[in-house]
Design a protein around this ligand. Structure first.
Ligand SMILES: [Zn+2]
Length: 452
């Protein structure tokens, strides 16, 4: 195991095995590679160490046999819910919200709670290799201010939004009839302070929770706010049969669930809809047509029992899909664990339905958690892969921790032949992910606290 200290800030170079999806398709795999980060935190060299300028090689921190990979991109999570991770198995969605989630979010009415917890929450994401997170917060502006301050100080790339709810809200202090205007005003305040802050590392997503807890007016006004400010817009769609029935009851004039958001002006390439499991052909076509993004959260979907997305069909139709932990609908912030849950779920779907599309390979899951996540956010020209010119959002992973005998007192037994097969290596990282295998995480070359 390398004993060298990992670099804290740019410029630096790391010599390691490199593994990354490529924008042009395919995978970069370099057994003895080198990445160099320039003083601005961008990747200035990615490739074989033997092809790197000698001064870079001489100054590089050698972490072999560890792997440098792009940082993971979580396109759907709920910040305040992290302490609940692992609780509420198999409660249906609406019961789960009432019993577990809303009481937890209500505790952030005291901004001191957010100030105390948010730094640890961002460290928890970094610890599992997540360098970018698109997340929901709570309905309280002061708590969101604290969350943004924590993200700014931590260094993670974060797009956050104050949750908007004007139909069923958990905040008893808000007078009915004033919620819409107050919620829009507070979101606009936060956008003014935080959207594009930290040199573009922080962003704002206007966040109406979902159609069950928002009136048509709030959905429409929130979408308009996102458009006029260049913010993202995020919500949930078509997760659970009970929720879908409730939306049909609340919006009798809409053709279907997606149409509720369509009529509000909420679809488009800056919109990220979480789940999107039970879509009709019409809804699917409309998401493709409007280039609306989807966050696939398979671990959450299995944990709550919402269903199994026909992922292969959605991808074939041309939907831009990334991965989301949906903590704490999902029990684990690690996207490696989300990839594993997704892969199992797709195999179960193949066994139980007549779908005959081939299962996604491990590389495809890694791409969903990195470069495709960047596409969901429209940030694929800046992050998501190890390619020269991109910002250095990278992680270092110790593959020895995935070895079957490493926890049994034997030396890590990764077979060198296995390491030379990138497909086998990614398979090990996904199906035998270890909670501590991420040894370092950087955003723009600045090391994040949490990974060790
Ligand atoms: Zn969610």
């Amino acid at each position: 195991m390398p004993t060298v200290a990992l670099p804290d800030r740019p410029p630096f170079a790391i010599r390691a095995r490199l593994l990354s999806p490529l924008a042009s398709g395919g995978t970069l795999h370099e057994a003895d590679g080198l990445v160099a980060v320039d003083g601005d935190g961008s990747l200035s060299f990615v490739g074989a160490a033997g092809a790197a300028p000698p001064d870079l090689v001489a100054g590089a921190v050698d972490v072999r046999p560890w792997i440098v990979m792009p940082g993971l991109i979580d396109t759907h999570a709920h910040l305040p819910q992290l302490p609940n991770a692992g609780l509420g198995f198999a409660l249906d969605l609406l019961t789960w919200l009432d019993r577990l989630t809303f009481p937890t979010e209500r505790s952030w009415a005291d901004p001191a709670v957010a100030t105390r917890l948010a730094p640890a929450i961002f460290r928890a994401f970094a610890a599992v290799g997540t360098t970018t997170v698109l997340a929901y917060g709570v309905v309280y502006e002061a708590a969101m201010e604290a969350a943004f301050l924590a993200a700014e100080a931590h260094g993670i790339r974060a797009i956050l939004g104050k949750v908007m709810m004007d139909r069923v809200t958990y905040d008893p202090t808000i007078e009915p009839g004033t919620i819409l205007n107050r919620s829009l005003r507070e979101a606009a305040d936060l956008i003014g302070r935080w959207h594009g802050a930290a040199d573009g590392r922080l962003g704002y997503a206007v966040t109406p929770r979902f159609a069950v807890s928002c009136t048509a007016e709030m959905l429409r006004e929130s979408a308009s706010l996102a458009r006029s400010t260049g913010s993202w817009w995020q919500t949930h769609v078509s997760e659970d049969p009970g929720e879908i029935a409730e939306v049909a009851r609340l919006f009798p004039g809409a053709r279907d669930y997606v149409d509720v958001y369509d009529r509000a002006g909420g679809l488009g390439e800056r919109s990220v809809l979480a789940h999107a499991i039970h879509l009709s052909d019409r809804e699917l076509a409309r998401l493709v047509e409007t280039r609306t993004r989807v966050s696939h959260c398979p671990a959450s979907n299995l944990f709550i029992g919402a269903g199994v997305m026909p992922l292969a069909r959605w991808l074939e139709a041309g939907v831009v899909v990334g991965l989301g932990s949906d903590v704490s609908g999902g029990p684990d912030p690690s996207l490696f664990s989300v990839m594993r849950a997704g892969a199992y779920a797709q195999m179960a779907r193949r066994a139980l339905t007549d779908e005959d599309r081939p299962p996604l390979e491990p590389h495809a899951w890694l791409r969903l958690g990195t470069l495709d996540g960047a596409r969901v956010l429209g940030l694929e020209d800046r992050i998501g892969s190890l390619e020269v010119g991109k910002e250095a959002d990278v992680i270092v992973v110790d593959p020895g921790m995935t070895a079957p005998l490493s926890g049994a007192g034997a030396a890590p037994d990764l077979d060198p032949g296995l390491l030379d097969d990138p497909g086998a290596l990614v398979s090990r990282l996904i199906f035998r992910a270890h909670p501590d295998m991420v040894r370092g995480a950087w955003v723009r070359g600045e090391k994040l606290e949490g990974a060790s």
